[in-house]
Write a protein that binds this ligand. Sequence first.
Ligand code: GDP
Ligand code: MG
Length: 318
Amino acid sequence: MSSLDSRKEDHRSGFVAMIGRPNVGKSTLINKLVGEKVAITSPVAQTTRNRLRAVVTTPNAQLIMVDTPGIHKPHHLLGERLVNTARAAIGEVDLVLLILEGSKSPGRGDQYIVNLLKRQRVPVMVALNKWDLLKQDMKEKMFDIYINLLSEFSWPLFPCSALSGEGCTELIDSFTEKLPLGPQLYPPEMICDQPEKILLGELIREQVLFETREEVPHSVAVLIDRVEEMPPSSRDKSAQVKTAVLATIFVERKSQKGILIGKGGAMLKKIGQGARLNMQKLIEGPVYLELFVKVVPDWRSKPARLAELGYQDQKRVH
Ligand code: GDP
Ligand code: MG
């Protein structure tokens, strides 16, 4: 029996939803736990739009982590769909990991999520992420503040850092204890169940948000038009297959298109270079990337356009 064999009697498996406000480090934590870049991280809030599943296979268990968009009060149709996706995730999992920004005092946004979770029957664990940002004496103080905040629940608290990895092994061990007995649900070598096209699109969107910061807010979407493998040319000594990716970036306004393209195309070039490097890591081979920018006024408020771009509506879970 191999060490990853799931036929052992005490093997456990199940789904863990990563829930938290935007920007608390949900995606970074998933990446750390999985050990490869699968979730999109960004210094700008709200980059995870569709639910992404990442799989961690250990000798005793398989955890399927569900990344959700950050929960917050919705302001427009897209925002509402993001929140519904997160709420729907809570109803379908074996365990919820509530991720809080442990380096900061809790705020009203945290209270909103706590209230949402306390009505659910699913077991909850709490990660106090970004613990690396605290000096030693502050760690004790913050821990007490959070213990007080959550005093009415029996949710265990785990200080951790998705950046340094501190506390992450403890998290995986505790997930394992809480999950039901069950077999492996995915092949052990699988780390992510999103189709490649969505991941590639997310890598572009990540770069757009990273390079433009607040100038081009969330009115940007990416559609991968084509992914093709190009046979190596006879002059190419490495003889590696190159992957060609053609993609369109949608924005709502002409001014945003201008920002995205930049002076003499400089901005689009930077976005393309950054996205291409990450794509090469994902694909593990050379990538040729071509980007187009298209204006579709008001796409965020048009349900049909949203569906076309892959943002399916989720049923509300109360
Ligand atoms: P999400 O919106 O919850 O998915 O947040 P992200 O994973 O995209 O992270 C938001 C930002 O916080 C990024 O700039 C991350 O690098 C940063 N971040 C995430 N986890 C940590 C951590 O443990 N420590 C520090 N210092 N920064 C972190
Ligand atoms: Mg995220």
